[in-house]
Design a protein around this ligand. Structure first.
Ligand code: NDP
Length: 246
């Protein structure tokens, strides 16, 4: 059921978003890709098109509501509709609270929380009007369990969990037929650790990822699985990660 679906992906320029874009396009989806780095998006879209897939991109910052509206409009203009949005953009500049990296706390709130809110606000009116749609979001195992040095990051991911579950329940109650899927990955090898500026936290996380990290392709497989389900079935939540990571 992936074939011909119009899928918007935020945070598509690397890691989980990039691998999801490639896999979904290979399975016949029309992917509409957003992030801030144009060079990476352009390269990705060209690669997908070269292999016969359909893709367009929009340089966007999820923090800006107008950018979220613009990517939805691009999808509608290019492909006529939106079926799925994967709210995946995120950063993880983790640190101990005592380091008082308040700018980074605010950036995480802006991108990981407000970015999700902005994406949902942009897509929801169309989904309600067409009485169908699917919203996926990348939370984290840090949205299920507390980790030292991860208070603010984890808090943003706990928010995603609560928000997506309420969205699912309200959509069911209101009969809008909007399906939600929240994914909780553990250590996935991507560019995510590059956002950590606290040296001790960076060293600890790098060592953990070197030991356990698995490919972002594994998350893309989960994204494809959730989108592939028939209309009457919702994959509410999936927790996944390296088999060896406790
Ligand atoms: P990457 O750093 O590889 O990807 C993050 C993506 O988010 C990039 O495409 C980046 O693009 C984009 N992004 C960041 N800020 C913004 C913004 N303001 N506006 C638009 N796009 C933005 O890491 P991952 O692939 O790992 O991260 C994807 C998601 O997965 C994140 O939400 C992360 O929290 C979550 N996650 C990751 C785990 C892991 O172990 N890797 C585990 C659990 C969850 P650009 O810089 O071009 O804007």
């Amino acid at each position: 059921m992936i074939k011909d679906k119009v899928v918007i992906i935020t945070g598509a320029s690397s890691g989980i978003g990039e691998e999801s874009a490639k896999l979904l396009a290979a399975k016949g989806a029309k992917v509409v890709l957003g992030a801030r780095r144009e060079d990476k998006l352009k390269q990705l879209v060209e690669g997908i098109q070269k292999t016969g897939g359909e893709a367009v991109y929009k340089v966007m910052d999820v923090v800006n509501p107008a950018d979220n509206t613009a990517i939805v409009e691009l999808a509608q203009k290019t492909y006529g509709r939106v079926d799925v949005i994967f709210l995946n953009a995120g950063i993880m500049p983790s640190s101990p609270l005592s380091a008082l990296k308040t700018n980074e706390w605010n950036q995480m709130v802006d991108i990981n929380i407000k970015g999700v809110l902005n994406g949902v606000a942009a897509v929801l009116p169309g989904f309600i009007a067409q009485k169908s749609g699917q919203i996926l979001a990348t939370s984290s195992v840090a949205g299920l369990k507390a980790y030292p040095n991860g208070a603010v990051y984890g808090g943003t991911k706990w928010f995603v969990r609560d928000f997506m579950e309420v969205l699912r329940m309200e959509s069911a109650q209101e009969g809008t037929n909007i399906r939600t899927t929240t994914i909780y990955p553990a250590a996935i090898n991507t560019e995510l650790l590059s956002t950590i500026t606290d040296e001790r936290t960076a060293a600890g996380m790098t060592s953990l990822y070197e030991q356990y990290g698995i490919s972002a392709v594994r998350v893309a497989d989960i994204v494809a699985y959730a989108i592939d389900q028939p209309e009457d079935t919702t994959v509410n939540e999936i927790t996944m990660g390296p088999s060896r990571q406790s």
